[in-house]
Ligand binder design. Structure first.
Ligand code: ATP
Length: 435
């Protein structure tokens, strides 16, 4: 007998007898014979129970198990032409670890999809569905692939504070917290800290950490807490250095997902279209023209918005491009730390859009102290409030730039998920603070 031992935690074999552990997915009683479908993270296995051949107490115990109970079944493995695995188990023992209450808050194998709210309220049960879990297995793989690509390109992983006294870009999207009686804020990005590090010799850094945004927007792409993949690199010549780096990293991630995430992608019925470099570059002005030609009225300098981004996405997709850059945004629309393109109303900045949605923004930073403080004043900010940040610019700051990518937005686009919440285990939005 050669049982399929998929994982030593879920299947153990001794003297021709196996023990399999998992959840009771289904029980079917067909008179003289009953079947238990047991599920673990890898799939299902059939436990076959011919009534006459089984100990009556064991038969009764197994067939009366509530769905989704956590159990171990011991028995003999037999070849079977009737099952997908090509084998079945004739049980000789049962151990119940956790009996499931009834009714279930959410069906695991129901054909009808439950509402998003019901699913998120019962996420532990929702995640028992292979197609829901596959998203998070791919997310875990994605994070490893990012780490690989960053190490290969000489980046150090950093961790910056998530509680602080000042925000990077103004106050409206900051969550205020009480810090021992003093006002403090949750970090909306690691922007100031990663830039300060550019003056230290940690020339290339990246962070994967939470970013908090007090945005009261209920859209399918905004949440109040997401994982931001930030990178910053110094001694750059221009912003193309950063864009090339992002392309190298993303190509490694997308290739890696396609190559190593095959099982999960097939559970989801998805294929990944790996992009070829260089990605096309559009300027903001070109985008404005394309959007206007499609009939959307946008003022000069106005944000392209969800609708504008979608129009561009459709045009690019027709040309076979999922990923493309939008560069040269008006400097007015960009934060103080972005470098202006001197003598023009534009900036050295870019967005990276993926299938009609922004997944990243970045650019070259202003490293010259005087110009930076001027830009702060122009934006109505008081340089005096940014002392700890500005000091790092007073003693030799190299030219640098970087980016921020929301990894859930990236994954949602890779997998064509309809909502960024599908890529977050326990999402936070204006209406959801628990579980
Ligand atoms: P948008 O205009 O789409 O709201 P933004 O301009 O506020 O995005 P940035 O501050 O540039 O976004 O953040 C960089 C990246 O972080 C975005 O491209 C996106 O991938 C991600 N991101 C930003 N805000 C959110 C959010 N509320 N929920 C999920 N991801 C986000």
């Amino acid at each position: 007998m050669t049982p399929v031992v998929k994982d030593s935690r879920t299947v153990t074999v001794e003297d021709g007898t196996v023990t399999v552990k998992g959840w009771v997915q289904d029980i079917r009683n067909l008179g003289g014979i009953s079947f238990l479908i047991l599920r673990d993270r890898f799939g299902t296995i059939q436990i076959t129970m011919p009534k006459k051949k089984l100990d009556p107490t064991l038969f009764e115990s197994i067939t009366s198990l509530p769905r989704e109970s956590a159990v171990a079944v011991t028995g003999e493995v037999k070849e079977s032409k009737q099952t997908g695995l090509g084998l079945e188990i004739i049980p000789s023992g049962l151990q119940v670890y956790g009996e499931a209450a009834a009714p279930l808050p959410l069906g695991v194998v129901d054909k009808v999809n439950a509402e998003m709210d019901t699913r998120l309220n019962n996420r532990f049960m929702d995640l028992r569905k292979p197609e829901v879990r596959a998203v998070f297995e791919l997310k875990s793989l994605m994070v490893s692939l990012i780490g690989e690509a960053m190490r290969a390109n000489g980046f150090e992983q950093i961790h910056t504070p998530k509680i602080g006294a000042e925000g990077a870009e103004g106050g409206s999207t900051l969550f205020k917290v009480d810090y021992f009686g003093r006002p403090a804020f949750l970090a909306q990005s690691p922007q100031l800290y990663k830039q300060m590090l550019m003056s230290t010799g940690l020339d290339r850094v990246y962070e994967l950490g939470p970013a908090f945004r007090a945005e009261h927007s209920n859209t399918n792409r905004h949440v109040t807490e997401f994982i931001s993949f930030d990178g910053e690199m110094s001694w750059i010549e221009n912003q193309s250095d950063i864009m090339h780096m992002i392309e190298r990293i993303l190509n490694h991630v997308l290739n890696g997902l396609a190559e190593r995430g095959g099982r999960q992608l097939s559970v989801l019925g998805k294929e990944i279209r790996v992009p070829t470099s260089p990605y096309p570059v559009l300027t903001y002005e070109e985008c404005l023209r394309m959007v206007r030609e499609a009939g959307l009225e946008l003022a000069d300098g106005e944000d392209l918005g969800t609708e504008g981004e979608k129009i561009i996405g459709d045009i690019m997709s027709d040309g076979g491009h999922d990923l493309y850059w939008i560069t040269e945004y008006p400097e007015e629309a960009k934060p103080f730390y972005i470098m202006e393109k001197e003598g023009t109303p534009y900036s050295f900045s870019f967005d990276l859009d993926y299938k009609g949605q922004e997944i990243s923004s970045g650019g070259q930073r202003e490293h010259r102290y005087d110009v930076l403080t001027d830009r702060m004043r122009k934006k109505g900010l008081d340089p005096g409030d940014f002392g700890f940040y500005l000091d790092a610019f007073r003693y030799g700051m190299p030219p640098h730039g970087g980016w921020g990518i929301g990894i859930e937005r990236l994954l949602a686009k890779v997998l064509d998920l309809p909502n960024v919440r599908e890529a977050i285990l326990f999402p936070r939005d204006p209406g959801r603070l628990s579980p």
